[in-house]
Design a protein around this ligand. Structure first.
Ligand SMILES: Cc1cc2nc3c(=O)[nH]c(=O)nc-3n(C[C@H](O)[C@H](O)[C@H](O)COP(=O)(O)OP(=O)(O)OC[C@H]3O[C@@H](n4cnc5c(N)ncnc54)[C@H](O)[C@@H]3O)c2cc1C
Length: 151
């Protein structure tokens, strides 16, 4: 697991069920004593030398101190940017989440602009198909309600 945010420790703790796990802190996360203890309990090894590059066909991780570490796979923490031209043009408010910005909505999925609703990944800090479907049902209900009863 290559860290690019302070949440990397939590993400690394999910991985040991699949295999031996190393957290490369990469100057991006600094687990406190509690988190270090939790990482140890989960069997996560820590490596503090920054990552210089990946090379080769597999996951060969070259560290800034010159060592190369062969890994079965690498997890990263990408930030996502939605294709949100329309939402930006409409002036909808956004919130910042751990994976990137998303459209701010209330519990009925109404955005900051009355009469405009948003659902799914564009309106959540992190998504799944189940959440997107549930949000869509809620937004549909709220749109219908607003058309009959007003906002
Ligand atoms: C690699 C990967 C693996 C995943 N695995 C799982 C999993 O195992 N289980 C799970 O539950 N979830 C998984 N997810 C998350 C899940 O795919 C999303 O949460 C879900 O698809 C969100 O649905 P959505 O309708 O909000 O957005 P999307 O499915 O992204 O649909 C948005 C659609 O809008 C279209 N679009 C964008 N801009 C415009 C525009 N301007 N005009 C017209 N159309 C536009 C896009 O082309 C896209 O088709 C995974 C996601 C990824 C990336």
């Amino acid at each position: 697991m290559i860290a690019s945010s302070p949440m990397a420790g939590q993400q690394a703790m999910m991985l040991p069920d699949w295999g031996p796990t190393t957290l490369f802190t990469n100057n991006a996360c600094a687990p406190d004593a509690d988190e270090l203890a939790a990482l140890k309990r989960r069997g996560v090894t820590l490596e503090h030398s920054p990552v210089a590059r990946l090379e080769g066909e597999g996951a060969g991780l070259v560290l800034a101190d010159g060592r190369t570490i062969a890994l079965a796979g690498v997890f990263v923490q990408p930030r996502m940017e939605m294709a949100a031209g329309l939402a930006r043009k409409m002036g909808l408010a956004f919130e910042d989440g751990p994976l990137g910005a998303f459209v701010k909505t209330d519990e009925m999925k109404q955005t900051s602009r009355p009469g405009v609703f948003a659902c799914g990944d564009m309106a959540r800090p992190a998504g799944s198909v189940g959440f997107a479907v549930a949000d869509g049902a809620m937004a549909g209900l709220a749109v219908h309600r607003s058309l009959i009863f007003g906002l």
